[in-house]
Ligand binder design. Structure first.
Ligand SMILES: [Mn+2]
Length: 477
């Protein structure tokens, strides 16, 4: 229990909602930021004098008084004083220095200004307790970025806060910010009141036609920060997003992964080292910056792919995967080793089978390897999911067949395609997929990268779309 000799003043900048008012968590800006429950009902904008606070476990204010109400200007000034302690400029300089000998360092310089702006918007929301939802793609690239951001927030709260704001982490199973996700976010944001706008941060997905409507509509209810490396298509509604940072818009490409963008973003929020997460992300997404001989990067990428594959499935040991859970697992040597063993042994077994069973066809620029994933034995854990399985299988097939190798893997209503960067310029995969989407009524949606993409087919019609795709790839069957 802290009993202060003198009461200290602060401004209430956010409140959660709760059925029992004793459970409402308020954010109060003072010299420190206090995230605590209160004995009185408070409003955003109240100036309070706090006389006693109990910070054992979940912080509780025990004695206080409302002494006035703050103007917008006073709120901004109080927040501004705290934001100075975040030192975004200094953190950017440190991050650029930390990564100066990495191959991707040039790219970091190109995006540093945009990253700094996004970090400032995010930090303003976080410090003032505005509600934050982070949606990350369910693969290694997606969660490695989320882990970095979570580390940055932990550091910020240690530095500046008593208690800390609750942040929602949502693992996204598709590549679209779909209507269902937007609806769920709108409902969730309604449970909070705050002086600054709440924020949705999206990493490693969302640049897809199926997101368009949601990105246009949500503008007024909450602000969106998006960190992505999927090639933007014509007409993508950037206007709806306050901070849209896509590698392609800065003269970079898919190799500058979302995990890398998000880790740089995290190092801008706090002085932390996220090199392990960057390594994992680059290996996991087959970036040209990846060091595939790096053992830690390889292991992390398999373990993070494994965790994001099995989480939330029926019977899974992980119901809801959060970055803190994943981070504590990879930092526990025993758990890390056993999870890696479990994942890599089932992956390797299925890869050998895939090499054996893939059917080789001749296309006009490469050999096409065709495989029906549903014919492979199903693993009980759900790992590997077909998407990342196909990336690993592609790598293996290339080692055997050389760079002129394209993998077409299908399962149920999905078709997924992989090809090496060496021929992706020639192959123009996304163009071909768009052509199929336009001409076939059975092709429902599709997209991704020029080296890795997928098509979703209307149920039971994958045969026709598959035939169109093979024809586009110059296959004469
Ligand atoms: Mn990615």
């Amino acid at each position: 229990m802290n009993n202060f000799d003198h009461a200290f003043e602060g401004i209430v900048t956010s409140a959660s909602s709760a059925a029992d008012q004793r459970n409402i968590v308020y954010t109060i800006l003072s010299d420190k930021i206090i995230c605590a429950t209160s004995p009185m009902l408070l409003d955003v904008g109240n100036i309070v004098a706090i006389k006693a606070i109990n910070s054992e476990g979940r912080p509780r204010i025990e004695e206080m008084e409302i002494i006035g109400s703050a103007t917008q200007k006073e709120i901004e000034d109080a927040l501004g004083r705290l934001l100075e302690k975040v030192d975004i400029k200094g953190n950017i300089a440190k991050a650029l220095e930390r990564h100066k000998s990495a191959e991707y360092s040039k790219g970091m310089h190109k995006i540093s200004e945009a990253i700094g702006k996004a970090a400032l918007a995010f930090a303003s929301a976080y410090l003032s307790g505005a509600h934050i939802i982070v949606r990350f793609h369910n693969d290694c690239d997606g969660i490695s970025g989320a882990i970095s951001i979570n580390r940055a927030l932990a550091k910020l709260s240690d530095m500046l806060m008593i208690g800390k704001p609750y942040v929602s982490w949502v693992m996204q199973r598709g590549i679209e910010y779909d209507a269902e996700s937007a609806y769920s976010d709108i409902m969730e944001f309604r449970n909070y009141a705050s002086a600054t706008a709440p924020i949705l941060l999206i990493t490693d997905f969302g640049t897809a036609p199926g997101s368009g409507e949601q990105l246009r509509n949500t503008e007024k209810q909450y602000k969106i920060i998006m960190l992505d490396h999927h090639p933007p298509y014509n007409g993508f509604p950037r206007e709806g997003i306050i901070n849209y940072i896509n590698s392609w818009d800065y003269g970079l490409d898919s190799s500058f992964t979302a995990g890398l963008l998000s880790s740089f973003f995290a190092e801008t929020l706090a002085d932390i080292d996220t090199r392990d997460m960057i390594k994992a992300s680059l290996v996991g997404d087959f970036s040209e910056y990846a060091d595939r001989s790096d053992e830690l990067g390889q292991k992390l990428s398999i373990v993070l792919d494994y965790l994001t594959s099995i989480a939330g499935r029926r019977g899974s040991s992980i119901e809801k995967l959060t970055p803190s859970y994943a981070d504590s697992l990879i930092n526990n040597p025993e758990k890390f080793a056993s999870t890696f063993y479990l994942a890599s042994s089932s992956l390797n077994e299925l890869l050998d089978l895939g090499v054996e069973r893939a059917k080789k066809l001749n296309g006009d620029i490469a050999d096409i390897f065709l495989l029906d994933f549903s014919e492979l034995p199903k693993s009980e854990s759900g790992y590997p999911l077909p998407g990342r399985y196909s990336s690993r299988l592609q790598e293996k097939l290339e080692a055997i067949n050389g760079p002129r190798t394209i993998l077409v893997l299908h399962y149920g209503s999905y078709i997924t395609i992989r090809l090496p960067r060496a021929i992706s310029g020639e192959a123009k995969l996304l163009e071909k997929i768009n052509k199929i989407l336009e001409s076939s009524e059975y092709a429902e949606s599709g997209g991704g990268h020029n080296e890795a993409a997928s098509i979703k087919v209307v149920k039971d019609n994958s045969g026709e779309v598959l035939a169109m795709l093979l024809k586009e790839l110059g296959c004469h069957t």
